[in-house]
Design a protein around this ligand. Structure first.
Ligand SMILES: NC(=O)c1ccc[n+]([C@@H]2O[C@H](COP(=O)([O-])OP(=O)(O)OC[C@H]3O[C@@H](n4cnc5c(N)ncnc54)[C@H](O)[C@@H]3O)[C@@H](O)[C@H]2O)c1
Length: 270
């Protein structure tokens, strides 16, 4: 790659304002870093204010506290982005939870409270984000919404029932948003990215719980999981961030209502 090519690659998001929810750690942090690297003005939000603030300082992006399940917090965040930057071009609905670590997750025993919270953050949070951001994105000349789904929406997941259902809701919602925005002439696209297994804090908690149920160590469980990934290795946050970057950028300007699984072939084999 020559210097010109390299410089062009660093400018794929110049002039764009991007909002990434759940950006304090894990995939959201990786996505925010990647978008900023390509020149976007990035605002991250998170319920974890301490880590969110520290991450924003580290990445040299902005931080706003937010619980994505609360509509008034969406109103405040979108208004603040408009006040600061006058526009919004990219919304990455990344914040997500797996539920209470102690609560059973199978459909026979999962408590309603845990189900409701998972749906509130993972599905309602994405709906609220789309609803609140679309008018500003439309006024900004259009843009791209990227919703973090999961391979859990593509295969049955009785060990994380509500989580899988919440991500299936995200898939369907995203296609409705895509069609609505296309027909409204908003020039807003909407697509989903489906990570497989990235060893973020969320996945480590899940592995610990499933390992304890099987009476093995977390590392032994992770190794068994790794062997079930056709490509044979765990993905990194960067792998997800690159897919999000593509969908956020104008390189995907004609792609809407689509899903990209970034899973090393996991859904092919399961
Ligand atoms: N890690 C994986 O292997 C994997 C696989 C498939 C899908 N995903 C999805 O990718 C996204 C990111 O996952 P991750 O692994 O980075 O998780 P993570 O738990 O490591 O990070 C999630 C971030 O979201 C924040 N958050 C939680 N609830 C919030 C709320 N109500 N409002 C605002 N912020 C909130 C957390 O504080 C945290 O900073 C999630 O939507 C997750 O479902 C992850």
């Amino acid at each position: 790659m020559d210097r010109m090519e390299r410089m062009e690659r660093m400018e794929r998001m110049v002039g764009k304002v991007a909002l990434v929810t759940g950006g304090a750690m894990g995939l959201g942090k990786g996505i925010a870093a990647r978008l900023a690297e390509e020149g976007a003005t990035v605002v991250i939000t998170d319920v974890n204010e301490e880590v969110g603030g520290a991450t924003a300082a580290e990445l040299e992006v902005q931080f706003l506290p937010q619980d994505v399940s609360r509509e008034e917090e969406w109103e405040r965040v979108v208004a603040e982005v408009e006040r600061r930057h006058g526009a919004l071009h990219v919304l990455v609905n990344n914040a997500g939870i797996e539920g209470h670590p102690e609560a059973p997750k199978d459909p026979e025993n999962a408590p309603l409270e845990d189900w409701n919270r998972i749906l509130a953050v993972n599905a309602t949070g994405v709906f609220l984000g789309c609803r609140q951001a679309i008018p500003l994105m439309a006024r900004s000349g259009g843009g791209s919404i990227v919703n973090l789904s999961s391979v859990a929406s593509l295969v049955p997941t009785p060990f994380i029932t509500a989580y899988g259902a919440s991500k299936a809701a995200v898939d369907h919602l995203s296609r409705s948003v895509a069609l609505h925005c296309a027909r409204s002439g908003h020039r807003i696209r909407c697509n989903t990215v489906h990570p497989g297994q990235v060893r973020t804090p969320m996945l480590e908690v899940l592995f610990e719980r499933l390992a304890a149920q099987q009476g093995v160590t977390s590392e032994a469980f992770a190794e068994g999981f790794r062997q079930g990934i056709p490509l044979g290795y765990f993905q990194e946050p960067r792998d997800i961030a690159d897919a999000v970057l593509f969908l956020a950028s104008d390189e995907s300007r004609y792609i809407t209502g689509e899903s990209i699984a970034v899973d090393g072939g996991f859904t092919l084999a399961n």
